[in-house]
Design a protein around this ligand. Sequence first.
Ligand code: GLU
Ligand code: MG
Length: 457
Amino acid sequence: MDEQDRAARMSSARDHVDQLAALDVAAVALTFVDTSGITRVKGVPLAAFERAAGWGVGATPVFDAFGMDDSIAATPIANPAGDLRLIPDTGALVALAGQPGWAWAPADRWTQQGEEHPGCARLLAARQLRRLEQTGAVAKAAFEVEWVLYRAEEADPVPATTGPAYGMTRLMEVSDFAVDLLRALARQGVAVQQFHPEYAPGQFELSVAPESPVAAADTAVLVRSTIRAVAARHGMAVSFAPSVAAGGVGNGGHLHLSFARAGRNLFSDGDRRFGLSETAEAFIAGVLRRLPALLAIGAPSVASYQRLLPSHWAGVYTCWGLENREAPLRLVTGSTGEHDQTANIELKCIDQSANPYLILAATLACGLAGIEENATLPEPVQVDPAALGDDERAALGIDRLPTDLARSLAAFEADAALTGAFGPELTETVLAVRRAELATFADATPDQIIAATRWRH
Ligand code: GLU
Ligand code: MG
C-alpha cells in the first residue's frame, strides 16, 4: 500500500461523508468475515470515517483463531500481541436501509507496516481473481442466499410461515416483511433477480445479479445483514445455518461463476459440450477433482455435513451435469437465445457457514489449477446420482463427497493447489479453527449441533 492509495481512499471517504451526512447517517460499520464464517464488525462515527479509510482501525490478529462459538483456537496465530488495520473499501460504502443511521463498508485487513495480512480472506480473493484475469478472462459471480424465517429467536423456534413450499400462501404470510426487504435492498443498490419461498418450513431464497466476484462476496454479506435487520424490525428471527432440522433440507449458499474473454461468455461460446470453452471446461474440471478439499472451505462447519445429504438438492456426489440440481457442479445455460448472457457454473455443495471471500478464493484456486493441468470433464450426469447403484456410480467414477468435516480437512491439507494459494499461515488457521470445532462437537447429537449453530451465521 502506498501513500497515493491512502490519499485516494481518504479523498473518496470525504466525498462519501458529505453524502451520508445528508442522509442522516451517524456511523459506519466496518466488517470482515472470519475463518469460521462469522461477520465481525468495528463501528466508527461518521466523523472518524475519513481517518479510518486512510489509516484503518485496530483489529487483533486473534480474530483469525475465533470459532463460530467465539471460542479461540489454541494456536500460535492467536497471539494477543500485535495489531492489524481494518481498512474499509470506500467504493463499496452503502447507507443501510434496514438499519437507519448506519452505513456499512467491507474492510480489508493490513499490517501496521502496510503489507497485506496473510489471513485476510477478502485480499486473498482479490489476489486469486488477479491470477484468473492474467489468463485474459473477466469473471462475474453471484451468491444465492437461503434462510429460514422464524417467529422469534428461541431454543425451539417456530417457522414464521405454515404455507406450503414455494407456496403463494407462504409469501402472503410475510408479505410486509418481504416487500420491506426488497425495498431496503433496492435502496442499497442491490440488484435482486428473484425472491421466493423455498422447500423447508419457513425457508426463503433470494438471488442477485452477477457482478465482479469480490463485490459479489460483499453483496452476500450485505444481503444477509439486511435480511436479518429487516426481519428484526418485523419482530422475526433468521437462520442462515446449513442445517435447521435433522434430516431436513438445509440452507445452501450456492456460488455462480462465469467468465468472458473479449466480451464472449466462455461458458456458452466454446466448442466443447454444451458450448463450454476449453478454459471453462478445464476450470470446472479443476474444481470437480478438488471438491472434497474445497468442502473444508465451502462446508466448513460440523453442521454443514447434516445438510449434505443425498437427494436434498445439495449435490453430494463427485459429478457435474447440465441443469442437474443433484450435481454439486450444475452447468446453467439459460434459454436458447440468451446463453451468452446467462450461462454459468453453479457450485451447490457449499453453505453460508463458509466465508464467502474464502470460498471465492478457494474455488478460483481450484479452477486455475484445472486450467494449468488442461483438465477435462468426465461425462455429465443427468440423473440423481443417489438413484444409481453403487456399481454404476463406481463404473462412472462417481464418489460420495466427504460425510464429515474431518475428511474434508484431510483432503484440504493434502491439496497443493489450495494450500499453495492460501499460504502456510492461513492454511494453519483454517486447520486450527476447524479442528477446534470438531473437538467441541465430538460427542454432540445432531440436534445439539443444530441448536449451537442455528443463530450464529
Ligand atoms: N436448499 C438447497 C440446499 O441446501 C438448495 C435448493 C435449491 O436448489 O435452490 O442447497
Ligand atoms: Mg434454493
